[in-house]
Unconditional design. Sequence first.
Length: 94
Amino acid sequence: MYTPDGKYLHRVLGAWGGESLQEQQSALQNGIDVIVCTPGRLIDLLHKKMVSLNEVKVFVLDEADKAVDVEMENQIRHVTAPIDFDVDRKPASR
């Protein structure tokens, strides 16, 4: 989508438990560019086949260290498993 002055407009969805799944589904069906959600809600959306991670270009996991501390590692691994991370594993030059 573009604004009248030609700038690209990102379609963003915030999704987490306790919010209307129907509204989230509607937004997904209309198409989104960015989804911000909790691991639990993302797992729900993946299981219901309402979202796919096949075309993920950027994946940001905020505060992953804290999530692992509170025993969410399995959820994190489940969410990231379908993503084909193309990571340049060369050490950074100093």
